[in-house]
Design a protein around this ligand. Structure first.
Ligand SMILES: C[S@@+](CC[C@H](N)C(=O)[O-])C[C@H]1O[C@@H](n2cnc3c(N)ncnc32)[C@H](O)[C@@H]1O
Length: 427
């Protein structure tokens, strides 16, 4: 069961500036890390045992940090703190299990395993080599390394990745004669290296595949939203979990399905075949199994909730139905084929419309879409008095064509496209 009932708090106040991850201190640094070990001359801090309080970092799409923070707090993850690009917390491996299973807006949960100074490749190599990688990887397993570096002597990321990989592989070769190999697509262990001002943070990805890959999706339309962004939009919309929610440009149904999962307390990670931590040597199968079982037992489809989607493409509507069934919320969702310009939901419902119309990226598409936006804006004014609207759009001219005055907006990115989630009250 989700540890605390979701509480919807409306629009979170975005802080004017979130600190960068590298500037922020993990709250647990002192208790978690041992300082002063000397390893090949490298000043070295590392996690002592897996039972210590470990520092974690949840990565997320830009603009969703406060939403992730809210989720982390509801999951009672200790010391949760938002920085640019994600949320840091501290805890034990079981907390990372819960985070992976329950987070709706995180992309990955990284576990930091060491921090040390490296001004040259030898210090980097020694720092990595000094950790016991058998905790995460079998000698015949696979790994992949990704690196970022800023304001540091070591700044060639490909080279950093190579040296880190060499250090891990050499350790295994020396101890067992066997060596893990690199797999860029489906590695057992993903090592994340972050170097800032010559300080190396080494993390191991506990998630594996990005958490947006929930496992429920069977179908998509050309511009389907990522599940993570959709869950973020639903939470930013201020939905209370009970008010009817409508999506008149529903495509393959991502927004309504993510809303349905929230309302039914279905853990977004329950569809996944595997998280990375499940492949680590010594993984506690029974312990994690019990957590999943508890999650399954807490599912409760609300009886009266209305989640209604429409699209002018019958193919899209069929896809949305298939996805909703696969996500276990088919009974909660209703779909129909309709033009958004004729949107006329039930008067007096005071429902919430959450949607992302197409916003065309190629030349000529904006022109073709202007009448759709004008028509939809008219329909909202004509038929939806008392409703609220949260609409994601990546094109200002189209957003203006709605002729609805937003009360505010959230800045988000849909993939590489900067977008705004506009919030309007329809009077
Ligand atoms: C950006 S996609 C929505 C994607 C959806 N949120 C998802 O995750 O799958 C926009 C959808 O609007 C639909 N659409 C475009 N013009 C429309 C109109 N005038 N009335 C209704 N639907 C329309 C398209 O068929 C497409 O499925």
């Amino acid at each position: 069961m989700e540890p605390t009932p979701l509480r919807w708090q409306g629009l979170p106040a975005a802080p004017s500036r979130l600190p960068r991850q590298s500037e922020a201190q993990f709250a647990g640094d002192v208790s978690v890390l041992l300082e002063g070990e000397l390893l090949s001359g490298v000043r070295y801090r590392t996690v002592k045992r897996m039972t210590d309080r470990l520092p974690f970092f949840i990565t997320c799409p830009p603009g969703l940090e406060q939403v992730v923070l809210g989720e982390a707090r509801r999951l009672k993850l200790r010391g949760a703190d938002a920085v640019r690009g994600g949320v840091a917390f501290e805890g034990q491996l079981e907390d990372a299990w819960r985070a992976n299973l329950w987070l709706r807006t995180g992309i990955r949960v990284l576990m930091r395993v060491a921090r040390f100074q490296a001004r040259n490749q030898d210090e980097l190599y020694a720092g990595v080599r000094g950790l016991d990688w058998r905790r995460f990887l079998a000698a015949d397993g696979t790994l992949v390394v990704s690196a970022r570096a800023r304001e540091s002597k070591l700044d060639h990321t490909r080279f950093i990745e190579q040296r880190v990989k060499d250090a891990v592989v050499d350790q295994f070769r020396e101890v067992s004669g066997q060596r893990p190999s690199v797999d860029r697509v489906a590695a057992d262990v993903h090592i994340d290296v972050h170097i800032y001002k010559n300080r190396v943070s080494l993390s191991v990805d506990t998630s594996g595949d990005s958490l947006h890959k929930r496992g429920w999706r069977q179908e998509q339309v050309p511009a389907s939203l990522s599940e993570v962004l959709a869950a973020g939009i639903v939470q930013l919309s201020g939905w209370d979990g009970r008010t009817p929610m409508l999506d008149p440009f529903c495509g393959a149904g991502t927004l309504l399905i993510e809303a349905g999962l929230i309302a039914a307390r279905i853990a977004p990670g329950c569809f996944r075949e595997r998280f990375a931590f499940e492949g680590w040597p010594g993984h506690d199968v029974a312990g994690y199994g019990a957590l999943k079982e508890q999650a399954r037992a807490g599912v409760a489809l609300p009886k009266k909730l209305r989640l209604i989607g429409s699209d002018w493409e019958s193919v899209a509507v069929e896809k949305a139905r298939i996805n909703a069934e696969s996500a276990g919320v088919g009974d909660l969702l209703e779909f129909s084929v309709e033009r958004a310009e004729e949107f006329a939901p039930r008067p007096g419902w005071n429902a919430l419309v959450v949607t992302n119309p197409p916003y065309g990226e190629r030349v000529g598409e904006e022109e073709a879409l202007l009448p759709v936006y004008r028509g939809f804006g008219d329909a909202m004014r004509r038929n939806c008095s008392g409703y609220n609207l949260a609409l994601l759009c990546g094109n200002r001219n189209l957003a203006k064509a709605l002729a609805l005055r937003p009360d505010g907006y959230d800045a988000l990115n849909n993939g590489p496209i900067p977008c705004r989630l506009l919030h309007c009250t329809i009077n």
